[in-house]
Design a protein around this ligand. Structure first.
Ligand SMILES: CC(C)(COP(=O)(O)OP(=O)(O)OC[C@H]1O[C@@H](n2cnc3c(N)ncnc32)[C@H](O)[C@@H]1OP(=O)(O)O)[C@@H](O)C(=O)NCCC(=O)NCCS
Length: 181
């Protein structure tokens, strides 16, 4: 579906704006051996999967339609998640553009025995709203209310500018490449 010659159709109209708080979401998972490497640490790809899920929940809560992940900004893993520990994720919509929105996700790891909690990752994802036919949807605007939400809202515009430059470069490179592996 991505990067096709034919752009997806955009469906108006956008409903009423909604506060950031209505999109705020949480997701929890215990790290099990199946999701860990040989050292007993959760696989980075699994953490990314959880980030995508928790981000999508916030995006869907805001948009009240299906969403697809258009991009994920760079991610850093500060601490390992050990088998038996709890991964806690929090997400919210930072800013809506037109058919896309930036969602921020924060990840903590909690040691259930000691209660110690460490912030291990943060990520910004861009989701695009789609209707049931797969057409892009103009999303309701999001209203930041707290000082923190307003700061994230402002900063999201700068991150978007950077992302769109990167997207254009990626599309250009994809169009120039021989599609065969
Ligand atoms: C993401 C997708 C819907 C974009 O569709 P498109 O018709 O090429 O989109 P456009 O260029 O019109 O972009 C639509 C919106 O997404 C934004 N966008 C697209 N690619 C982006 C990127 N890499 N980073 C940030 N924003 C992006 C555009 O800026 C635009 O936002 P706006 O309407 O708020 O201004 C399409 O490429 C797609 O379906 N990709 C696959 C998604 C998917 O399956 N994800 C799961 C992993 S494979």
């Amino acid at each position: 579906m991505s990067y096709s010659e034919e752009p997806l159709v955009v469906v108006p109209p956008s409903p009423e704006p909604r506060p950031v708080r209505e999109s705020q979401s949480e997701y929890f998972e215990v790290c099990l051996p199946n999701d860990a490497n040989l050292l007993g640490n959760m696989l980075g790809g699994h953490v990314m999967h959880l980030v995508d899920l928790c981000g999508a929940i916030a995006g869907i809560r805001h948009a009240r339609c299906m969403v697809v992940t258009a991009s994920v900004d760079q991610m850093t893993f500060l601490h390992p998640v050990r088998v038996g520990e709890l991964v806690r994720l929090k997400s919210q919509v930072n800013r809506v553009f037109r058919t896309s929105m930036e969602v921020g996700v924060k990840v903590w790891v909690e040691n259930l025995q000691s209660g110690a909690m460490r912030h291990t990752s943060s990520a910004y994802l861009t989701f695009v709203g789609l209707d049931k036919a797969g057409n892009k949807v103009i999303l309701p605007q999001v209203v930041p209310e707290t000082g923190e939400e307003k700061r994230r809202f402002e900063e999201a515009a700068e991150r978007r500018a950077y992302r769109l430059v990167f997207k254009d470069k990626t599309r250009l490179a994809a169009n120039q490449q021989d599609p065969r592996p």
